[in-house]
Design a binder for this molecule. Structure first.
Ligand code: HEM
Length: 377
């Protein structure tokens, strides 16, 4: 019997500290898609004994076996959920950890996820883009990072050291439990962390748009403008994440993608909520695959989710207030437009124009169509 199976069975029998290290290490050794059946059996037998937090992790670990594997479980979103309210802090944790992983691979290419390790130039490029994402957030948080000399590696190591020294036990465990690649290809780590960081941004954008819609309804133009400008600035601030994910090798992506069928960001609730809060989707869009994947958001729309667009059209505003709100809406729409175009370009590069998506759409053709949907009317 493998050591991790024995450790899980011992925990089920006698309790004590759950063997996180053994289990997570085994998942990294095989990749979630190829974890041996005896470990899955042991985890499944352990699940009824688990408390709520551990049970959430076990659900995520057992998703393929349970038939519940999707975008949420792939990204371990139920484990990230309690951290989404503090977008800045979560962004630092996720991106600093991504950089730590790249630095570790540069030091030891035979470490975790050893297939297709990056060369030195690629590591430096990833660190450069990662630092572009994280610097403004560190400034806002007021974290002083003592950087001992020039060079991206020195700065990235300093960012991780500062982050690590600030981690609570809960945050440390969250970071360990939220990267569960399906394969053992190096680049999948980066892919997961980038998607999670975008999710944190979408969650923040949802809050901004809710604020903007409410403020417009109340005639509070300044508050609405601030919320919309904040949303646009945030979407622009996270755009270097596209440069990070664009460094993924196409071969690496295609290798782990064979196991990600059924997990697609088309299932992102925050993204669809953001779209619906900006403007009520047209009937055709609401009835399409886009919303089939998020039935709870479709339900919200059908039961009267307020939108910025509707609030703007119906609110009684002075002419200068209407102009200011309209300009802020146009600013946000422009940021979304850039996001969609960048995403579409990347998808074409990674998949080609004719390959379907893991969410069972036509792939690039679906994105090309979605790209043209007006953010506001
Ligand atoms: C290699 C990189 C990527 C590729 C090849 C890719 C491909 C696709 C494809 C083909 C779809 C259509 C749905 C489907 O059938 O799966 C899609 C949807 C989507 N992707 Fe990506 N994607 C990539 C990276 C990302 C990243 C980093 C994010 C950030 C969160 C993201 C967010 C989304 C969202 C929100 C949708 C739903 C869009 C909608 O329904 O209008 N994607 N992606």
């Amino acid at each position: 019997m493998n050591a991790e199976v024995a450790a899980v069975r011992a925990w089920t029998a006698s309790g004590g500290e759950f063997p996180y290290a053994e289990v997570l290490c085994a998942y990294r050794r095989w990749g979630k898609a190829l974890v041996p059946i005896d470990l899955l059996d042991a985890l499944s037998e352990a699940r009824p004994h688990a408390t709520a937090g551990l049970r959430t992790l076990l659900d995520v670990l057992l998703d393929k076996r349970d038939g519940t594997y999707d975008y949420r479980s792939y990204l371990a979103l139920p484990l990230l959920a309690p951290h989404l309210a503090d977008r800045d802090l979560l962004t630092v944790l996720l991106v600093a950890d991504l950089m730590r992983f790249e630095l570790a691979a540069a030091d030891d290419p035979a470490g975790p996820l050893p297939v297709m390790p990056p060369d030195d130039g690629l590591v430096d490029k990833r660190l450069r883009h990662g630092l572009r994402v994280i610097r403004p957030v560190l400034d806002r948080l007021g974290w002083a990072v003592p950087v001992a000399g020039p060079g991206v590696r020195v700065e990235a190591r300093a960012v991780w050291a500062t982050t690590e020294s600030a981690l609570s036990d809960g945050q440390r465990l969250m970071l360990r439990c939220t990267v569960l690649p399906v394969d053992v290809v190096h680049d999948e780590y980066l892919f997961i962390r980038v998607l999670q960081t975008f999710e944190a941004a979408f969650a923040a954008l949802v809050r901004d748009l809710e604020r903007a819609a409410g403020a417009l309804t109340d005639g509070a133009v300044c508050a609405a403008v601030n919320a919309l400008r904040h949303a646009a600035a945030l979407l622009r601030e996270v755009s270097p994440l596209w440069s990070v994910v664009a460094t993924m090798r196409v071969d690496a992506f295609r290798r782990f993608r064979q196991w990600t069928e059924g997990a697609s960001a088309i299932q992102s609730r925050h993204y669809k909520l953001m779209e619906s809060l900006a403007r009520r989707p047209d009937v055709a869009r609401l009835g399409s695959a886009a919303y089939d994947h998020v039935p709870e958001i479709r339900e919200l729309v059908l039961t009267g989710l307020p939108s910025v667009d509707a609030a703007y059209r119906t609110a009684t505003l002075p002419p200068e207030g209407r102009a200011a709100a309209g300009a802020a809406m146009a600013d946000f729409a422009a940021a979304v437009d850039v996001w969609r175009r960048t995403h579409h370009r990347l998808a074409v590069r990674m998949l080609g124009a004719a390959t379907g998506g893991t969410g069972y759409t036509g792939g690039a053709s679906y994105l090309a169509e979605a790209r043209e949907i007006p953010v506001f009317s």
